[in-house]
Design a protein around this ligand. Structure first.
Ligand SMILES: [Zn+2]
Length: 445
């Protein structure tokens, strides 16, 4: 059994008490150990519940590297949803009864809050699998602990007007943007070399600011026929498999975006730090499983997206694109500045993706109308709009985790690093967030 290191307040108490209070001390130690044992017991039940839900939802368990017998048990038992919910309610009640005092150490409070919120999201997902209908906002609140702001068409129109001026000519603006962007397609035979260069850049910049276990590693695979553009599959033992979807042309900016988002300092680093900090050092088994449809995903996607800017602030990114990425991809570096100016404007349409998903999932528009709307307001090409709608069908309100998640993580980190101006402090706050159980509503406190 691993020693618990999360109960420093107990240690402080121990040292403060004199020998004469040995009897009292024994009571304190027993209480703290019992609290830890009880949390570890509830954490184990939580992990088994997540694995049980995974039997009803193929996307639910994104990563698991705890005891393999628990996975086998879940597969053979295939517990019914009603039974899973009853057990989850019992764990929830036990957690409520074990709430730490407001004066308890922060990490102890965060652990309790993490388990409570992850479990509430699990129960919401079980209810959905049982047929409960939620609106888009109700669902994102229940599963991801956050609600995305709404935007009107006219707000997007204002951004589109700026882009019209940047990309004049005949045809629709979406077509002109597609033509413009096509100039920056990474040729297929240069894809792997370009990704390797991007990964090396993201890795060295990340390792300059935080330390990772020496044995951390990942492999990159190229796949097709997916609704996403890239995916990190965390395998445990500090190892990931990163998959890049080549169904559609891959543009130059995606090299750094994907290398940072999926790798360093994104998903791979987040998972490595959670395994090191909690599963190995403290024996907190709840972190050996990652339920995709849970509040943890907003932190994962938000930090992976914000991590791109942390590793590559704009000026440094443009320099790296000009000197390494574009030449490796065989593209003319003279176009870098204009390309990123236009992308900066298009990025302001990112919330259009949430609107299309919200209106579609709320039943206000059908999939074909949502795809058309994405072409107009999000400047998606028709095949990308189709791919996006497949993503929405599969992952639903998960879409908010990328842009709202990024904005929430950015606000949290920058509020503690002089607006982000102190680069070293920004890395420090960001790294601490990646090594903590903090969930979305905990970012705004
Ligand atoms: Zn991601």
């Amino acid at each position: 059994m691993k020693p618990a290191k999360g109960f420093d307040s107990c240690n402080k108490l121990r040292s403060a008490l004199s020998f004469a209070l040995a009897a009292c001390l024994a009571v304190m130690v027993t209480t703290c150990a019992a609290e830890n044992d009880s949390m570890n017991g509830l954490a184990e039940r939580y992990v088994k519940l997540v694995l049980a839900v995974g039997q009803h939802d193929a996307d639910y368990v994104d990563a698991y590297y705890g005891p393999s017998e628990w996975q086998k048990e879940a597969e053979s038992a295939k517990r019914p949803l009603a039974e899973i919910d009853r057990d989850a309610a019992a764990v929830e009640a036990a957690l409520n009864a074990a709430k730490p005092a407001p004066s308890a150490e922060e990490i102890v409070r965060l652990r309790h809050e993490y388990l409570s919120k992850q479990l509430a999201a699990l129960r919401a997902r079980v209810a959905m699998l049982g047929g409960k209908a939620l609106t888009f906002d109700e669902e994102s609140k229940a599963l991801y602990d956050a609600v995305a702001p709404t935007h009107t068409d006219s707000e997007f129109d204002a951004v589109l007007k700026n882009l019209e001026a940047r990309l004049p000519g005949p045809g629709t603006l979406a077509d002109r943007f597609d033509t413009f962007r096509s100039q920056f397609t990474i040729p297929k035979d240069r894809l792997d070399a370009t990704f390797k260069a991007a990964i090396e850049g993201c890795r060295s910049r990340t390792l300059a600011h935080l330390s990772l276990p020496a044995e951390e590693s990942f492999v990159v695979e190229y796949v097709t026929n997916k609704s996403w553009s890239g995916y990190n599959w965390y395998k445990g033992n500090y190892h990931s498999v990163i998959q890049v979807n080549t169904d559609l042309p891959i543009f130059a900016d995606r090299a750094i975006d994907l290398a940072c988002h999926e790798g360093y300092p994104g998903h791979h680093v987040y998972n490595v730090l959670l395994e090191k900090t909690f599963v190995r050092d403290r024996g907190w088994v709840e972190f050996s499983v990652y339920p995709l449809r849970s509040p943890q995903s907003l932190i994962a996607e938000g930090s992976a997206n914000y991590g791109i800017e942390i590793a590559y602030p704009r000026a440094e990114r443009l320099q790296f694109e000009r000197t390494v990425i574009f030449p490796t991809a065989g593209l003319n570096p003279a176009g870098v500045d204009e390309y990123y100016d236009v992308l900066g404007l298009v990025d302001r349409l990112s919330y259009a993706g949430n609107e299309a998903a919200r209106r579609y999932l709320n039943g206000q528009i059908d999939a074909a109308t949502a795809a058309k709307w994405l072409e107009r307001y999000g400047l998606y090409s028709p095949p990308r709009a189709q791919q996006r709608m497949r993503f929405v069908d599969q992952y639903r309100s998960y879409v908010i985790n990328y842009n709202l998640g990024k904005d929430m993580v950015a606000r949290y980190v920058e509020s503690q690093s002089n607006g982000g101006a102190d680069a070293a402090l920004r890395w420090d706050v960001f790294t601490r967030l990646l090594s903590s159980p903090r969930l979305p509503s905990g970012l705004t406190r």
